[in-house]
Design a protein around this ligand. Structure first.
Ligand code: CTP
Length: 400
């Protein structure tokens, strides 16, 4: 890691603010120096003294502190970092960011910065799930802001659910990958498939699956952040298209295949979509009406395997073809056989047994399976998995 790399850490108010002390310490071990802006409510939870003792730098708190402005204007403060991280990010600061408010030093720096911004939300689960917060998150994501977490678990307020700040180790990983990755995939073209496909039964009904698209969108975002030219071919999801990617919206597996072929040639292809294996071969062109005593019979035919089709291409096979294996048992064995059967270079094996909460959830625990062995990645939020994948891809291409 380049010694001169700098993080601007904005600590807003939340009980999890204490975790930032460990974050600053651990980043130092990796040669990243941290300059901190502490919001007024953040200072209720951690003191400027403990932060500056660890960061070795003055802690910035007040927009209208003339001494600060002389030493370091707020614009310079926001520009001198390589990366800006808001952690913990409260519902309040996220709302201010979404609305573009600039009524204190933190929000002013966030509006003035020309650097990548990451946020690590932490709040009560009801506040996190509130439509206002979720709408703000969609706005921020659509502007290219990376979101790390939150995680599910026991909250300091005694409630349970999604809203915990991700652990400092995960934050370190996300910050390092973002800093290291800077443009490591510049000039590379990437195809990512994501989300479910939907297969019509008639004009108003369809069969599909519960894929949220979160992992695929996070991968597209991380690869674009690393400088790649990303085409994201996605089935219907509730997520906003990530900023800076070529977004192609599709419905069926057939459409996903055509859009994926149209994106070729690419250097790297990541198939994260949960493609319906079958489509209804006797789909009706008009809405099927109820008929007394008669139950409609659906017939199925196999959908094309998008990954296998593109991996077997002679002319325009991507250099690196990466598939996913969602399994509920015999994870590594099934992933190995999928690697061979589908002709991919890597498979990210995902345990989707119900108790893991991976399917539709915010975290995953994947194993990177290659023909010559596998490595297990830690249980982490899907964005951290995406950044780790982007770093692994950059490393692989460097070695070729
Ligand atoms: N895949 C694809 N096209 C399909 C089915 C799957 O591109 N028609 C891709 C997925 O995007 C994923 C990988 O193949 O990268 C594995 O998908 P998975 O659903 O785990 O495996 P299946 O091939 O469907 O096998 P099974 O359902 O038997 O586990």
């Amino acid at each position: 890691m380049n010694q001169s790399q700098r993080l601007l850490l904005i600590i807003s108010g939340g009980i999890a603010a204490y975790k930032c002390l460990e974050l600053i310490r651990r980043l130092q071990d990796h040669g990243v120096s941290t300059r901190v802006i502490l919001t007024k409510s953040g200072s209720e939870f951690v003191t400027p003294l403990s932060i500056s003792a660890l960061s070795g730098e003055k802690v910035y708190q007040d927009l209208f502190d003339l001494t600060d402005e002389q030493e370091m204007g707020h614009i310079r403060l926001s520009r001198e970092a390589d990366l800006v991280l808001v952690a913990p990010a409260t519902a309040d600061i996220l709302a201010k960011m979404a609305a573009g408010l600039a009524n204190d030093l933190a929000t002013t720096a966030l509006l003035a910065t020309d650097k990548p911004v990451m946020v690590a939300p932490a709040m009560n689960p009801m506040m996190w799930q509130h439509p206002a917060t979720q709408a703000n998150m969609e706005t921020l994501k659509s502007r290219g802001i990376a979101v790390i977490g939150p995680e599910a678990g026991d909250m300091a307020c005694g409630e349970q659910g999604s809203g915990r700040l991700v652990e400092p180790a995960d934050l370190v990983q996300a910050v390092l990958s973002r800093l290291q990755q800077a443009q490591t995939l510049a000039g590379k073209k990437v195809l990512v498939t994501a989300g479910p496909t939907i297969e019509p039964i008639d004009p108003v009904r369809y069969i599909s699956n519960h894929s949220s698209g979160k992992q695929g969108y996070a991968i597209a975002t991380a690869l674009a952040a690393a400088g790649a030219d990303v085409t994201l071919v996605s089935g219907p999801t509730k997520l906003a298209p990530p900023q800076g990617v070529n977004f192609v919206s599709v419905q069926t597996a057939d459409e996903m295949l055509s859009a994926s072929k149209a994106a070729l040639p690419v250097d790297i292809a990541v198939f994260a979509a949960a493609v319906a294996d079958y489509k209804v071969s006797n789909a009706a062109s008009q809405k099927i009406k109820k008929k007394d005593g008669k139950t409609p019979k659906l017939e199925f035919e196999a959908n094309p395997d998008i990954l296998a089709t593109i991996a077997s291409k002679k002319e325009s096979r991507p250099d690196l073809v990466i598939g996913f294996a969602a399994e509920t048992e015999n994870l590594l064995e099934n992933a190995q056989s999928k690697l061979i059967k589908k002709g991919c270079d890597w498979v990210l094996a995902n345990d989707v047994a119900e108790e893991t909460g991976t399917f539709g959830g915010d975290a995953s625990e994947v194993h990177l399976v290659r023909s010559d062995g596998s490595e297990s990645w830690r249980h982490q939020c899907k964005q951290a998995t995406a950044h780790q994948l982007a770093a692994a891809i950059a490393e692989e291409l460097k070695g070729r």
